[in-house]
Design a protein around this ligand. Structure first.
Ligand SMILES: Cc1cc2nc3c(=O)[nH]c(=O)nc-3n(C[C@H](O)[C@H](O)[C@H](O)COP(=O)(O)O)c2cc1C
Length: 199
């Protein structure tokens, strides 16, 4: 990986057109994701985030499961576009599933009563921080990725298929693969409306 942090952050985009090619080995993918998980922050260093990395057939299986779950609830006449979307994600190389471990969150709520309401919120912050870290590191390694939220619809089927502990709450899905088309145009609001510096 040669990109500096500024370029990697800027170049990370929602990339939907992805292929089953991989610019790096599976071992390197694992290493990159482990790096992001290990070095992302969490409230009280609680390390509540969990990740499943699905590659190859396991990745295909996820998007088949999601398609069949959606088929049960999406009206038949609107299902073609849903199916197309599932095929788009399935066309990728892998998917990162993000979870937050709820027993640790509950234990912290009990241990630090004054912050009780905050721990579930901080857990959501932690998964968001990790998602950005993984998304950025995948970008830096030459992948394109997007962020999807078919939870909680697919939670049960995912837990059954990959033996996910009941305390792991699914928070997001990140399909990735070699980009086959660039990200769409992105509008930026004036940065001066969004960042104020006082000195
Ligand atoms: C909290 C959050 C939830 C998102 N959920 C979805 C989603 O469910 N599906 C999707 O395609 N993109 C989702 N996105 C991606 C945003 O639409 C995208 O990041 C935004 O439009 C900016 O585009 P960029 O990622 O190319 O910079 C989400 C992003 C964030 C931060």
């Amino acid at each position: 990986m040669s990109k500096d942090i500024y370029s990697a952050l800027k170049d990370r985009r929602s990339i939907y057109a992805i292929s089953k090619e991989a610019p790096i080995s599976d071992e390197k993918i694992q290493e990159a994701i482990e790096h992001a998980v290990n070095y992302s922050p969490s409230a009280f260093n609680s390390q509540t985030s969990r990740v499943l990395v699905l590659l190859g057939e396991q990745h295909d299986r996820l998007w088949d499961i999601t398609k069949e779950t959606l088929r049960k609830i999406v009206p038949a006449e609107g299902f073609a576009s849903t199916e197309q979307k599932m095929e788009l994600f399935k066309a990728g190389y892998g998917t990162v599933l993000f979870f937050e471990e709820q027993e640790t969150v509950a234990a912290l709520q009990k241990q630090f009563e004054a912050y009780s309401d905050n721990f579930p919120i901080w857990s959501e912050h932690s998964t968001g921080m990790l998602q950005l870290a993984v998304w950025t590191i995948l970008e830096a390694e030459g992948f394109g990725a997007s962020l999807q939220h078919y939870n909680p619809l697919i939670d049960e089927a995912v837990a059954a298929e990959w033996n996910v502990p009941s305390s792991w709450k699914l928070t997001a899905q990140m399909p990735f693969g070699k980009p086959v088309a660039e990200a769409g145009e992105k509008q930026f609001n004036p940065i001066s409306d969004r960042v104020k510096v006082y000195k």
